[in-house]
Design a protein around this ligand. Structure first.
Ligand code: ADP
Ligand code: ZN
Length: 196
């Protein structure tokens, strides 16, 4: 892949994996390198994710990058400036399906779009719109965390509380990374609420 700023062709990069796999770290790393290349950058995150900061993307290792908070995918499109060359989007699984078309449009406009998000929910079910973004992306990076039970590579996000909602905002007190062997998608007390 050629990263010259004068290249008029845009593309989509997806960074995915479970919680704690380093998605935000990797997004921030790519954004910092784009900054070194003196590219014009804009970063977005959904309003729903206010775990650490309402002004920045923050990784679990406390790396930060300034971001604009948006309510939905359309707002991203409205806020992108014509001269912006690189667009970062964190926690993409919390956006509506419209984000797929918007990332496509931005790439067609010649922008490099870097999207980070959870590829599966707490039950191991593909988390829309990530599967669709992964399908249309030129580059997909799937990261792994370390299984909190056995130390193996972890690709799943284990929820530690019996709560049936698909979106429950939380951190290490509620979630941990697990490998396929240690992952337990069904918890006692979850009941029917777990039906998608
Ligand atoms: P993500 O965006 O995928 O949730 P982050 O980039 O925010 O991940 O955080 C990654 C960091 O989380 C790692 O560098 C490490 O410091 C920390 N961490 C905590 N628990 C784990 C784990 N089980 N496996 C790997 N890293 C972990
Ligand atoms: Zn394990």
């Amino acid at each position: 892949m050629i990263y010259f700023s004068k290249n008029p062709v845009g593309w989509i990069e997806v960074i995915c994996g479970p919680m704690f796999s380093g998605k935000s770290e990797e997004l921030i790393r790519r954004l910092k390198r784009a900054e070194i290349a003196k590219l014009r950058i804009q970063v977005f995150k959904p309003e729903i994710d206010d775990r650490y900061s309402t002004t920045h993307i923050v990784s679990h290792s406390d790396l930060k990058y300034k971001a604009e908070i948006v309510k939905n995918s359309e707002e991203i499109f409205k806020k992108v400036k014509p001269r912006t060359e690189v667009i970062g989007i964190d926690e993409a699984q919390f956006f509506d399906m419209g984000i797929v078309e918007i990332c496509n449009k931005l790439a067609y406009l010649g922008k490099r779009v870097i999207v980070s998000g959870l590829d599966m929910d707490y039950r191991g079910i593909p988390f829309e719109p990530m599967p669709q973004l992964m399908a249309i992306a030129e580059i997909v990076t799937k990261l792994n965390a370390i299984c909190s039970q056995c130390g193996a590579p972890a690709f799943y996000t284990q929820r530690k509380i019996p709560e049936g909602e698909r979106i429950v905002i939380g951190d290490a007190s509620i979630y941990e990374a697990r490998c396929r062997r240690c992952f337990e998608p069904y918890m006692e007390g979850d009941g029917e609420k777990n039906d998608k």
